[in-house]
Design a protein. Structure first.
Length: 132
């Protein structure tokens, strides 16, 4: 596939890849802390302060996670203080296949993936050592 992409768009996509592991962990935290579920129950949007109070979480932490979710397309901001779940967020929260894959990557693959370069060099699955 020969796709033309501007230099600015290419740099943006490269930056998304550079930060992808952190965004992934933010999505896991949003799910595991109940933030996505809390937002989901308020389909017209929910105030960020209500999320913090309802889940007994710090405002700073929730805002950091929600900014990552916004950039990832997982939530949409209605205004500066109100968010709602996007279609992507719905799948992260409710889709069984997505949930299984997130859990598998987080629980089994994530730490071992750091050994990928070493595995290719040595011709063996070096990352498996983190599972023992």
């Amino acid at each position: 596939m020969n796709k033309t992409i501007s230099v600015i768009d290419a740099k943006y996509e490269a930056q998304k890849l550079a930060f992808a592991p952190i965004y992934f962990q933010c999505m896991v935290a949003l799910r595991d802390l109940g933030i996505l579920e809390y937002i989901s129950k308020n389909s017209k949007g929910v105030n960020i302060k209500d999320i913090c109070i309802g889940l007994n979480l710090s405002g700073y932490g929730v805002r950091v996670l929600l900014e990552a979710a916004k950039i990832s397309g997982v939530v949409e901001y209605i205004d500066d203080e109100t968010v709602k779940l996007s279609k992507i967020g719905h799948f992260i929260l409710k889709d069984e296949l997505t949930s299984v894959n997130i859990n598998f990557v987080n629980d089994v693959c994530y730490e071992g993936a750091k050994s990928l370069t070493e595995s290719i060099r040595n011709g063996k699955p070096e990352g498996l050592k983190v599972l023992t």
